[in-house]
Design a protein around this ligand. Structure first.
Ligand code: NAD
Length: 435
């Protein structure tokens, strides 16, 4: 369903009128395309505190020039990882205050921080302060610009994350705090097709977000397996054929779904995307068990069951990736969605608990994407006023597209993203609901 308000505010008269009325001002977001894969403009590298990260070589590989002659940088990276006390925060202000206005439309600000030191509450206070700073700047900056915080200890391990955040691929990711560990990155042989030679299975991929995920992983070189319920087999085959992959008609709630996936992929699997999901909305007071059970079963129980079965069978190869799908409804809660919110919060719990063990025992990372309002058939069915509220109630004042979730999944699935583990990344344009 087209966002007519976004089109209207893109015209001169629409801009004039909506400004006069104090209405939201969504900007058309710059997304990745083969002809324009990078941001338009240079990168400004700033520091606050005493920097000890060797960032220059990593930033040089983002493809963004550092000698920006226009005075309008497309990206600003502020290294604030060395800040250990409140006094250091003045340097954050001093670094960004003079440049924030000049950042180009659809530009990026990435603040780099350090993990909180449990033995130093002054460092912890200063580093936690960066989170409130980033989230507040994201809410006020406008013009399609995003602001994110990356907590890291090692620059090379964070390269894939920085490349994602400093590119048009992260158009709808703002106000996020991403922790990157120290795992040694594996550089793909072919930077344009990082998933070449790998197999990715996406559940619920016959349409919507799952279809976009399959398409983006195929673009990145993966052989995709399009899993969906048997009644959607025709659509699944259509998607698989278009992407040169295969369809797997299977209800993910089947008790033996994990074994059947393992049987269908005798050579193993590299990327497992748990995307299939359903809603059965109703307030708890009116919700019979028949509307509760299926939502928990599809969105959570089957995710746990198939993950356990595939890990136990050794079907996920070392260097593998699991990406589950949560939702902002599982973080902020949503009226009428006690079942759905519970199931999606459960996904967050699964990711946080399993991630360190899956990496240690199987060499597999486990992360989640948490979409906000994404323009799909699911959200097109929402009544007009609620749909409009959903679209506007985020810092970018518009809904996201399935490709925004897909690009985030592709970053998590990237061979060089091994240091990103146990993260729940919201793809919600910094929804005003929830943290
Ligand atoms: P969608 O309804 O368009 O697509 C879901 C797909 O999952 C369908 O093809 C469906 O057939 C499949 N599916 C459902 N039950 C299945 C089962 N038992 N086995 C196999 N496949 C099954 O939904 P979407 O909007 O593309 O959402 C995809 C995911 O993103 C879901 O997990 C959803 O909860 C989540 N999400 C969506 C939004 C949004 O705004 N659209 C927001 C937050 C989270």
């Amino acid at each position: 369903m087209a966002d007519r308000y976004l089109s209207f505010t893109g015209t001169a008269s629409g801009r004039f009128l909506t400004r006069r009325l104090g209405l939201p001002q969504p900007a058309a977001l710059r997304r990745w395309s083969p002809g324009a894969p990078g941001l338009d403009g240079g990168l400004l590298h700033l520091t606050a505190g005493t920097p000890d990260l060797d960032l220059a070589p990593v930033l040089a590989r983002t493809g963004l020039g550092t000698d920006d002659a226009t005075g309008r940088p497309a990206a600003v990276v502020l290294d604030a990882a060395g800040i250990r006390d409140v006094e250091g925060l003045a340097e954050v202000h001093a670094a960004l205050h003079p440049v924030v206005r000049s950042v180009a439309a659809s530009g990026r600000i990435v603040v780099l921080g350090a993990p909180l030191d449990p033995a130093d509450h002054h460092q912890a206070a200063a580093q936690q302060a960066l989170e409130g700073f980033v989230r507040s700047l994201g809410k006020e900056i406008g013009r399609g610009r995003t602001v994110n915080l990356v907590r890291l200890t090692d620059a090379p391990a964070a390269e894939s994350t920085l490349r994602f955040l400093l590119s048009p691929r992260s158009a709808y990711v703002s106000g996020q705090v991403i922790e990157v560990g120290a795992h040694q990155p594996v550089a793909p042989e072919d930077g344009d097709r990082p998933l070449a030679g790998r197999t990715a299975l996406v559940t619920g991929a016959a349409r919507g977000i799952g279809e976009a995920v399959a398409e983006t992983l195929a673009r990145d070189g993966a052989r995709v397996v399009v899993l969906d319920v048997p009644r959607a087999e025709q659509d699944a085959r259509r998607v698989a054929e278009r992407l040169g992959g295969t369809a797997l008609p299977l209800d993910i709630t089947a008790a033996d779904a994990g074994a059947r996936i393992a049987d269908a992929l005798p050579d193993g699997l590299d990327v497992l995307v748990h995307n299939a999901g359903i809603t059965r909305d109703r307030r708890l007071v009116n919700m019979p068990a028949e509307r509760w059970g299926p939502v928990l079963e599809v969105n959570l129980a089957s995710v746990l069951r198939t993950t356990d079965a595939l890990l136990a069978a050794g079907a996920l190869r070392r260097g593998g990736r699991i990406v589950a799908t949560a939702s902002i409804a599982g973080i902020a809660g949503n009226a009428g969605q006690t079942n759905y919110g519970a199931s999606k919060a459960g996904v967050v719990g699964l990711v946080r608990s399993l991630a360190p063990r899956a990496l240690a025992e199987h060499g597999v990372t486990v992360n989640a994407v948490a979409p906000g309002f994404i323009e799909t058939r699911m959200t097109a069915a929402v009544p007009l006023l609620i749909r409009e509220a959903g679209r506007r109630m985020n810092s970018l004042a518009q809904g996201g597209l399935p490709v925004d979730v897909a690009e985030t999944t592709a970053w998590l699935a990237h061979p060089a993203s091994g240091a990103v583990n146990g993260q729940v990344v919201r793809v919600c344009g910094q929804s005003l609901l929830g943290a």
